[in-house]
Design a protein. Sequence first.
Length: 220
Amino acid sequence: MFPTDHVGAVFFDVDGTLVPGTSSSVFLAGFLGHREELAEAEDAYAAGVLDNRQVSELDAAGWAGVPEERVRGWLAGLPLIAGIAETVAWCRRNGLVPVLATLAWSPVGSYLASRFGFHSFSGPQLEIAEGRFTGRVARHFDEYDKRDFGLARAGELGLDPRSCGAVGDSRSDLPLFASVGLSVAFNASTGARTAATATVDDDDLRGVLPALSKLVTTTR
């Protein structure tokens, strides 16, 4: 059920934004045994050499045979930026619906949404059979799907995209940045900084709150 006392929404990226300096997939690949190969593939994606589908299929293969419940235990050690819980609480107090708009695998989005109280999450899905990952992708999800997820969620919440914001750091955020009223490049790449309406460098997510305050002011 959607909240009724909101004036906007904020879409938060995960990898490189909430998970600083790396990605949730590379973190998990450390347990799965293909960390270096995936890190190289993600660098190639950032450079525009590989597309998201290629990276996802490479990563998914390393999950074959792993029990579903084991991953949640690994995620308890996921490195996270400070201030996530406080930022989510601030958004809710100020009528902004906090949403995860991410290319991270759905177990990651599910874990973070449950832990911190995000309204909902996006992301690709891994195929599961009899409680174990098969090594195949059940649903691909790229940067344009991420944008479309954000626009669809805004529509479901009864919001104009111009009353929404996005916080992210890289190539996968650019289509969504172009579709919302406020975009915050957080500890971001050059491309994201160029595309964003605001830039913040901080080791605490609460550093974005002054920018998000402007979104609250303009939507009330």
